[in-house]
Design a protein around this ligand. Structure first.
Ligand code: TXA
Ligand code: MG
Length: 320
């Protein structure tokens, strides 16, 4: 049984003592530990069954805290990106200083940092008086959680779960590394490359030829975010004569589909709504014992649709 509640000061005191706290953010639920406590961070990897080569994001509540994490001189681009997108779903990767434990970064010379836009997350980090290392609070490879019940279903060995729902974004942050005058997109997410282009040029990585310190985010693994039953990507106009026990995830309410269960992420293909409800829809289908296989319609791969389809394709990777 995971203890849960809304006591932020208690949660912060647990973090100070090496505890693990699950907390809501505007993207997905995080599983946090004091970023400067390597033993506590090691427990995150254990609880998530996460491979040790996959580095964590460190969460901060105030921009000054980047000086506790990033090696100086800090690239001015970091401040420009932070000013425009923080608090919010952008994670910035930059050379780390020697105080950041290697276990946080899986031995990389860089560390990933973001300031979340969720009052519970911000108040927790402030009360803990330390940056908080936190991956998404799911078991490795499985669907990301946006509700307390999603965390409880997948994980045990957590000291406390702060109640609340993940906020309006619903899919993980965009991860970029800050270079001199441009940034490189390491994982698509809640902020589109187009939005980042308003601040600086944004390059897509060459996945075959990463510089040493710049691994593609393991978010780039081909299979990830997956429900525990088959899921297929099928356009809506081909969703006919489905087998028994089919669940269908649609992004607009326009057509009638004959299936055991239909879940809508949006009424009219609104990509912000689709992102906010995507993981929720997958969890509903996973939890419904009458559903044997899931069909999901694609969205167009523009703007936020790129990050949405990234998650959908990884969920469906094994079932082409
Ligand atoms: O929205 C989010 O980002 C959520 C919430 C909880 O903040 N967190 C999240 O964490 O999605 P996680 O661990 O599921 O994904 C972190 C991603 C991984 O793909 C990891 O490889 C990448 O960030 N990452 C972390 N440090 C990195 C680094 N130094 N260089 C490149 N990629 C890094
Ligand atoms: Mg994750």
């Amino acid at each position: 049984m995971i203890e849960k509640g809304s006591d932020i000061l208690y949660a912060a005191s647990l973090l100070s003592k090496g505890g693990l706290v699950a907390f809501p953010t505007e993207t997905v639920y995080g599983l946090g530990a004091n970023a400067f406590d390597p033993v506590a961070v090691a427990r995150i990897f254990e609880v998530k069954q996460r491979p040790s080569f996959d580095p964590l994001i460190v969460h901060i509540s105030d921009i000054e805290q980047i000086e506790l994490l990033f090696e100086k001189p800090i690239n001015p681009l970091v401040y420009e990106l932070a000013k425009k997108f923080w608090p919010g779903p952008l994670t910035i990767v930059h050379t780390k200083n020697s105080h950041v434990p290697d276990i946080v970064t899986s031995g990389l010379s860089t560390v990933a940092v973001r300031m979340p836009l969720h009052p519970v997350a911000l108040n927790l980090i402030r009360a803990a008086k330390t940056p908080v290392a936190a991956p998404s609070a799911n078991r490795f490879g499985r669907i990301s959680p946006t509700r307390p019940s999603h965390v409880i279903k997948q994980l045990s060995g957590i000291d406390y779960l702060l109640t609340g729902n993940a906020g309006s974004v619903g899919i993980e942050s965009t991860v970029v590394s800050a270079h001199k005058g441009y940034c490189k997109l390491l994982r698509p997410g809640g902020i589109s490359a187009h939005d980042i282009e308003q601040v600086c040029p944004c390059k897509l990585p060459n996945t075959e030829n990463f510089e040493n310190s710049e691994l593609p985010s393991p978010g780039l693994l081909t299979s990830h975010y997956a429900p525990n039953k088959p899921i297929y990507i099928v356009p809506k106009n081909q969703l006919a004569n489905l087998p028994e026990g089919s669940g269908v995830i649609l992004h607009s309410k326009k057509a009638f589909i004959d299936a055991r269960r239909v879940v809508y992420t949006s009424e009219n293909q609104n990509l912000t709504e689709v992102a906010a409800n995507l993981f929720m829809a997958m969890h509903i289908m996973e939890d419904d014992n009458t559903i044997q296989q899931i069909y999901i319609e694609p969205v167009s791969e523009t703007g936020l649709g790129i990050a949405i389809m990234d998650r959908v394709k990884k969920a469906a990777f094994k079932y082409k």
